[in-house]
Design a protein around this ligand. Structure first.
Ligand SMILES: Cc1ncc(COP(=O)(O)O)c(C=O)c1O
Length: 377
């Protein structure tokens, strides 16, 4: 088998190896059914059991009560950008959006098609390198929408914002869902594309308060109605069966590894050596403000675009893939979701130290002797 390299991609992203190994077996035959997971009908007994197990594990992990529906939908987080306002926002109503990055801007753009949008805060003035400390809500917002982790700029809310009375909280948690404990009861809706912390692309997790589903616009095409999808266990139409299956394996992997608190501890200690190194490096700098830094996406630059490009090229050759930053920030981005191994950070930091020494003090100063291209298990 080809050896695996360090995958720093922002998504689709690295998945846990035991999950992939189990899936590999079940792609050929799910248990002893003689049919692979992707070949089973979504109405069949085997898949219905897979779906039920995925939902149950999802609920167990975050302690999701019966007051919430857990849906596995399609269309990505981007579809939630319009589905939420289309369902809940009337033309004369206002929704408040916390604008902390490009994904939040996209969500705003879609919401404006259906109702009024008030930008309750924005960090656009400094290219989204921080999470604003103050929020200025409108008089009577229908809901408050925020992006818990800003994948592109590497900033993250440490905790959910408080919402004004009468408004429900909506969170795009695409890039940090289940990377730490979450108090679902504080939210009206949480949604996340799976392809960072939960599984493959093509399935979107939506956790939604059941009473909200009753209040929403029920005059939409049925396939995009939360209520209809909930009544049909997300199987109003053919669901993304493989994605749901794999998500279930990832949930069980998280449980096996101690649950969300353990994930949070692991992610904290995993990101620390990289941030510590960035704090004292004379070459590399973190782009996010210290109090806003993400544990999922670590963005950094040298301040010199040519040097950034050289670094990305050399890291790729050395078996560190996907470190090129998003074009709106430039530089580098290390996406280190739940499944990313701590050893990858240790090795990256060692590589960076060596690169720094060579590029600041000349070739001979490089500390590492083994910088030849190599691959890892
Ligand atoms: C925070 C955030 N929201 C939304 C999206 C868009 O997700 P999708 O491609 O599933 O529509 C992304 C994708 O990277 C993201 O990081």
């Amino acid at each position: 088998m080809t050896q695996r390299i360090y995958n720093f991609s922002a998504g689709p992203a690295v998945l846990p190896v035991p999950v992939l190994e189990e899936a590999r077996e079940n792609i050929l035959s799910l248990g002893n059914t003689g049919m692979g997971i992707m070949e089973h009908s979504h109405r069949g007994k085997a898949f219905v059991a897979v779906h039920a197990e995925t939902e149950a594990a999802c609920r167990r992990l975050a302690g999701i009560s019966d007051e919430y529906a857990v849906l596995f939908l399609q269309g990505g987080a981007s579809s939630q950008f319009f589905q939420i306002p289309q369902t809940f926002l009337k033309p004369d109503e206002t929704a408040d959006y916390l604008v902390t990055g490009v994904w939040a801007q996209k969500a705003v753009k879609e919401a404006k098609r259906y109702g009024k949008v008030h930008e309750a805060c924005s960090s656009k003035d400094r290219n989204f390198c921080y999470i604003p400390k103050t929020v200025d809500y409108s008089a009577n917002p229908k809901y408050v929408h925020f992006t818990s982790n800003n994948t592109i700029f590497g900033t993250q809310f440490k905790t959910e914002p408080t919402t004004p009375a009468g408004a429900f909280l909506v969170c795009d948690a695409s890039s940090d869902i289940y990377s730490r404990p979450i108090d679902v009861n504080k939210y009206g809706i949480i949604y996340a594309g799976a392809q960072k912390n939960l599984g493959p692309s093509g399935v979107t997790l939506v956790i939604i308060r059941k009473d909200l589903m009753e209040q929403g616009n029920l005059n939409q095409p049925e396939v995009i109605q939360y209520k209809v999808q909930a009544e049909n266990d997300s199987m109003f139409n053919t669901p993304p069966t493989f994605g749901i299956y794999l998500m279930g394996l990832v949930f069980k992997w998280i449980e096996k590894n101690g649950g969300l608190k353990a994930m949070a501890d692991h992610n904290q200690s995993k990101a620390k050596p990289l941030y510590d190194y960035l704090a004292q490096s004379k070459l590399f700098k973190s782009t996010a403000d210290e109090d806003s830094r993400s544990l999922m996406n670590v963005c950094f630059v040298t301040g010199n675009e040519e040097l950034d490009a050289k670094f990305v090229k050399e890291t790729t050759a050395a078996g560190f893939d996907g470190l090129k930053g998003h074009r709106s920030v430039g530089g580098m981005r290390a996406s280190i979701y739940n499944a990313f191994p701590a050893q990858g950070i240790t090795d990256l930091v060692a590589f960076m130290k060596d690169f720094e020494a060579k590029n600041l003090y000349g070739e001979r100063a490089g500390a590492r002797s083994s910088l030849s291209p190599r691959r890892r298990k």
